[in-house]
Design a protein around this ligand. Structure first.
Ligand SMILES: Cc1cc2nc3c(=O)[nH]c(=O)nc-3n(C[C@H](O)[C@H](O)[C@H](O)COP(=O)(O)OP(=O)(O)OC[C@H]3O[C@@H](n4cnc5c(N)ncnc54)[C@H](O)[C@@H]3O)c2cc1C
Length: 257
């Protein structure tokens, strides 16, 4: 395992691995579940220390970060500028590099995959050269690397389109999955105030509920007259939630709590 803090560290690790004919895998927060971040008998480069916020441009608005930064770190940096991420997974623990490599989706109705907010990135190739990649510069690498699970090089710094803070109103409804297409067509697609949507199927083991019942959560732009602070809030009740999740994994009755 090699902890990376800068490009020189990376080049040295790659050089050393080549000299010893070792394979290299790249890891961010290591939450992907296919084992791509580990290579048996090889070298794992741990990118989490390569996490500086390099530039925030409130005018465009964009942010440039090193790929080991987590979304949590990016959010903390851009929030004071009243900026927010446009595409992020359902949690902010993942790294930017791991997210690009999976081409993860978020909740935004219009901008679904992270590729849509990537302007450019730097890439370190296996031979030690670093190249600039965008839709117009090395475009083939752009489409290979995003969603490429670390196969084509190490993502270095990334420039992402971000968005200005907006106030949303959250609503949740539950329904059978067969009702969802009509609900989406009538209540979500034509409603331009809906900005984000998340649909979760039930894991209650009861046969009439399991993967049938859906909870559809939407976030609509709040109209005039609503006020709230844009300050980031910290996660709450983590141990309580972990306790109940642990219970529900062991006992079916706890899934209904
Ligand atoms: C609780 C949970 C919720 C999730 N929610 C969502 C969701 O809402 N939407 C969604 O789309 N996905 C979701 N996922 C999947 C998640 O987006 C991916 O697993 C993502 O890759 C995790 O990022 P990571 O930093 O942990 O990456 P890692 O697991 O560390 O790495 C993932 C891949 O990226 C490569 N990689 C990492 N860093 C770099 C780099 N700098 N350069 C090149 N390659 C690199 C690795 O080699 C590996 O192939 C979720 C996963 C979990 C566990």
């Amino acid at each position: 395992m090699a902890e990376i803090r800068g490009i020189d560290d990376l080049r040295a690790v790659l050089h050393d691995a080549q000299a010893h004919r070792l394979k290299v895998s790249i890891s961010g927060s290591r939450h992907s579940q296919g084992g791509q971040t580990y290579i048996a008998g090889g070298v794992v480069v741990d990118m989490r220390g390569f996490n500086r916020i390099l530039a925030i441009d409130s005018a465009t608005p964009t942010v440039t970060v090193q790929s080991g930064a987590t979304w949590d770190e990016v959010q903390r940096a851009i929030a004071p500028h009243r900026l927010a991420l446009k595409v992020m997974q359902s949690s902010n623990i993942f790294t930017v590099g791991g997210t690009l490599s999976a081409n993860a989706h978020g909740r935004d109705i219009d901008v679904m995959q992270v590729v849509d907010v990537v302007q450019r990135f730097g890439l370190l190739l296996a031979d030690g050269r670093s190249v600039e990649v965008s839709r117009t510069t090395n475009p083939e690498l752009f489409s290979l690397v995003i969603g490429g699970y670390g196969l084509y090089g190490v993502i270095l710094d990334v420039t992402l389109r971000v968005t200005r803070d907006e106030l949303y109103e959250q609503r949740a409804v539950s329904m059978d999955y067969t009702e969802f297409p009509a609900y989406f067509a009538q209540h979500i697609q034509p409603d331009s105030s809906v900005a984000l949507m998340l649909v979760r199927p039930s894991i209650d083991p009861a046969p009439d509920s399991f993967l049938r019942e859906l909870v559809v959560v939407t976030w609509r732009r709040a109209g005039a007259g609503h006020a709230a602070t844009f300050d980031l809030t910290e996660e709450e009740h983590v141990w309580r939630d972990r306790f109940f999740l642990g219970l529900s994994r062991r006992f079916d009755w706890a899934k209904a709590l």
